[in-house]
Write a protein that binds this ligand. Sequence first.
Ligand code: PSU
Ligand code: MN
Length: 303
Amino acid sequence: MNKYLDIAPEVQEALASGRPVVALESTIISHGMPYPQNVETALRVEQTIRDGGAVPATVAIVGGRLKAGLSRAEIEHLGRSGRAVAKASRRDLPVLVARGADGATTVTTTMIIAAMAGIKVFATGGIGGVHRGAETTMDISADLEELARTPVMVICAGAKSILDLGLTLEYLETKGVPVIGYGTEELPAFYTRRSGFKVDYRIDTPEELAAAFKAKLEMGLGGGMLVTNPIPEEYSMDPGRINAAIDEAVAEAEQKGIRGKETTPFLLARIKDITGGDSLASNIQLVLNNARLAAATAKCLCL
Ligand code: PSU
Ligand code: MN
């Protein structure tokens, strides 16, 4: 085993006996939601995975150790520390590990650590992608490269329109990443069920998600698979309202000259403030919804 990696005993036992495990990220805890909702949500998501018959493995970097599976105290620490914890993407791992630092893992680093541990399914809220204006800023999330490279199925609620969704899909196509709509032909836009963009394939059952991913792994194609699961109707937001909030946040980021790794956390926090916290309630629900699908799919992959 990789000498930098600690797999929690419960996760290790499940993997060794061929039982289902679902990875979860920690940037959503430290940078994606405010305290204490972030900790409450992280624990609720873990419970949802358990209720679905799988073992949760929340991923982070703690004291320079790559962790697959966190204790309650570690989740509390990441949630309380919030943005004081480094947002850790692929390029950040060497220095954080060498320094013995903490890091909140993005989709990218959660995929990396999940793959090191032998975990195949990962549930989250939203992924990074090609930002609006990327033709001049070149701001393209490392998440897309990781999906091209690392064999983990990522179950999300699509992408927020803080991104250029059309260019994000083009990028994924170029990189050979299958984009699946769960029960839909349209790419969900995180807070809303529709975006106007088509996914590559619609799949309606966890069994078929597992079969497609298994085929990808067994053919040795490399890279992951992106499953986009629309937010449940009852929690979806009014598109006019959420898109106005997103436009306002994007304009503000531009005006303040927010750049680099700060862009996404800044936009997420502003959207939450502008919508008076309603977006947070939707955000929590869609993550729980993804956790349920991930547990069911991880079970099918173990059959
Ligand atoms: N988008 C969301 N919620 C999130 C993130 C993105 O709707 O929490 C987080 C994820 O951890 C994702 C990361 O991997 O931000 C992408 O950051 P960047 O755009 O800087 O690559
Ligand atoms: Mn970026």
